[in-house]
Design a protein around this ligand. Sequence first.
Ligand code: NAD
Ligand code: DAU
Length: 366
Amino acid sequence: MRKLTNILVTGGAGFIGCNFIRVLLTKTPDFKGRIINLDALTYAGNASSLADIEKEFGGSRYFFQHADITDRARVEEIFKRYDIDTVIHFAAESHVDRSITGPEAFIKTNVMGTFTLLDVARNYWTETRADGTKGIRNDVLFHHISTDEVYGSLGDTGFFTETTPYDPRSPYSASKASSDHLVFAYHHTYGLPVTLSNCSNNYGPYHFPEKLIPLMILNMLDGKSLPVYGDGKNIRDWLFVEDHNTAVWAIVNKGTSGEKYNIGGENEWTNIDLLQRLIDIVAAKAKLDPAAIRSTITYVKDRPGHDRRYAIDCSKLKKELGWKQSVTFDQGLERTVDWYLANPGWVANVKSGDYQKWVEHNYGKR
Ligand code: NAD
Ligand code: DAU
């Protein structure tokens, strides 16, 4: 039986992690434990995303630790101080475009950082049994959050399943694939209890505004151009972030150790069709002229090695763990647009970091 009492969430100040922590502490009555949020607060991490949680639960059920997952001594200290029994590992360098302009940070955090966490967990969770032998406790779990991008790129048909061979094609996806292999290596070699999930594109509140959906919403509101890579026909499968997180919680509770689970929205869109839908929603809510917004769509140079299509078969998760998506794409997009309209302070805060400099350096002012 898993303890799930002192959960180390890494990367909890990022997009998906902060939504996960909020839902777990405010909307998950079966969870009674504590969350320790370990985050290095890179350009993508914002402590302010959890200010309400800090206020309500800080010091009782929520603890923030500003630390880097590659810093072994700090990670060991955190395991000991909070007697960690579960790791839910979100922390990563997550933006494909940044991995093209600066791959090193991806190798360091995604590969070395995951290795450090696995190795500290293995040591901390090793016990001496009654017969004098040593082994890893069976009430602990290391859950690794990964991506569908490890499977490569699809043609017009077919879906990624849990047995699709890995074929990562960007420095980001190669670093995530490496971390996935390390997770299973620790399971097979040392008996570390692990689960792993490969998810499709998330969207929702607190999404960092370099990624497609928040970038487009905010550019529309600012009257800036809408940069579409290549021909705009690349396909992604979109999943509302809260649905990703209910899937993660189901796997952490009921998933079989040593198994991986695909998580997806079953919701494929070309980038250009998604943008057209988003324009209608933003225009209606912000009382803007949709035709004027459409005139700002600009086809720009394609992402090098741009994967054409991702599509997830998540039937294993649905059948074995009874999970399903709860939000239609229109509902999710409306909630997302409402959130960005209601939170200009958060946007100004995250944009005041190195984000603007990075965009201007790579793309010029847009
Ligand atoms: P994000 O970039 O918004 O957040 C990443 C968080 O990790 C930030 O808070 C950052 O400060 C922290 N971090 C980065 N390097 C760190 C380090 N060395 N030590 C400690 N903390 C560090 O990412 P996200 O979109 O929330 O993604 C979370 C996880 O989900 C990642 O592992 C990503 O690969 C995976 N994933 C994301 C998506 C998506 O659509 N966003 C889809 C599938 C899988
Ligand atoms: O599939 C899961 C992955 O989804 C996660 O593992 C990554 O962490 C996450 O960032 C996301 O990766 P993508 O590269 O798919 O997301 P992004 O929002 O960067 O781009 C989505 C699509 O939109 C992609 O085809 C590129 C395109 N795009 C993106 C931007 C930022 C544009 O056309 N214009 C843009 O300005």
